[in-house]
Design a binder for this molecule. Structure first.
Ligand SMILES: NC(=O)c1ccc[n+]([C@@H]2O[C@H](COP(=O)([O-])OP(=O)(O)OC[C@H]3O[C@@H](n4cnc5c(N)ncnc54)[C@H](O)[C@@H]3O)[C@@H](O)[C@H]2O)c1
Length: 230
């Protein structure tokens, strides 16, 4: 189960997992049909679900379609919000960003856990370098939401290890997707001299979602081209 899988990093994760043999459910608030088509045309199997992660009941129903056994949940759905100063940030926008990025992540985990427990399974949440170093250009609500995602993963790793659920986050640097295009990001700051490509985040997420990551839990894995270390 991959959320935010209609485009960007989530779409690349869905394809990466499908090509490694997983049956993928691509969930998104926009139509995930393109991702499903890409997977099936490449010989994989996938289903699409058009669901808003802020709708707890709809998320629970969506997760149930993946039951009775779910091997991995990858949470990618998120919004960025504006880069306005805190003083000019509307409360509604803070609610929206925290609603999708934090509560949406919690609802997905809540809905998926019954189907993840009792066998070797994975949760991978896409966090951000913004949640570790206070952002590059991002606003305070987005930065707070990604720090929260990292904390949720650590909570989950502790509380669900006994049930066989391993939980990790990936903290990407700036990735060339719709989310950040036109927001003023340049590659100049990065030791590798370029932004990340979505598939470079997807490969790390797919490893963490795989049986191979059998002794990794509670980690926040940097994939930022050396922008921030440690
Ligand atoms: N692009 C970057 O530079 C960057 C850097 C660090 C972390 N991230 C994180 O990576 C993840 C993917 O981002 P992206 O760059 O691919 O962005 P994107 O905007 O291309 O993709 C985000 C996807 O989430 C979906 N989504 C948004 N709100 C939703 C909701 N309420 N319910 C269901 N789906 C919803 C969107 O429809 C979209 O398909 C996000 O968690 C983002 O915070 C991105």
């Amino acid at each position: 189960m991959v959320t935010g899988a209609a485009r960007g990093i989530g779409a690349r994760i869905a394809v990466e997992l499908a090509l490694s043999g997983a049956h993928v459910t691509a969930l998104d608030a926009r139509d995930p049909a393109e991702t499903v088509a890409e997977i099936t045309e490449a010989g994989g199997t996938a289903a699409g679900l058009w669901v808003d992660v802020t709708d707890r009941a709809a998320v629970a129903a969506a997760m149930a379609t993946a039951g009775p056994r779910l091997d991995a949940l990858v949470t990618c759905a998120a919004i960025y919000g504006s880069t306005a100063s805190l003083a000019s940030l509307p409360e509604s926008e803070v609610d929206d960003v925290l609603g999708v990025n934090v509560k949406g992540t919690l609802w997905c985990i809540d809905g998926a856990l019954p189907f993840l427990r009792g066998h070797d399974s994975r949760v991978v949440c896409i966090g951000s370098v913004a949640g570790k170093v206070g952002g590059v250009l991002a606003g305070p609500h987005y930065v707070a939401s990604k720090g929260a995602v990292h904390a949720i993963v650590k909570w989950l790793a502790k509380t669900e290890a006994a049930n066989g659920v391993l939980a990790n986050a990936v903290a990407p640097g700036v990735v060339d997707t719709e989310m950040v295009r036109g927001k003023g990001y340049s590659a100049d700051y990065n030791p590798l001299g370029r932004l990340a490509r979505p598939e470079e985040i997807a490969r790390v997420a797919a490893f963490l979602a795989s049986p191979a990551a059998s002794y990794v839990t509670g980690a926040v894995v940097d994939v930022n081209g050396g922008y921030a270390m440690g």
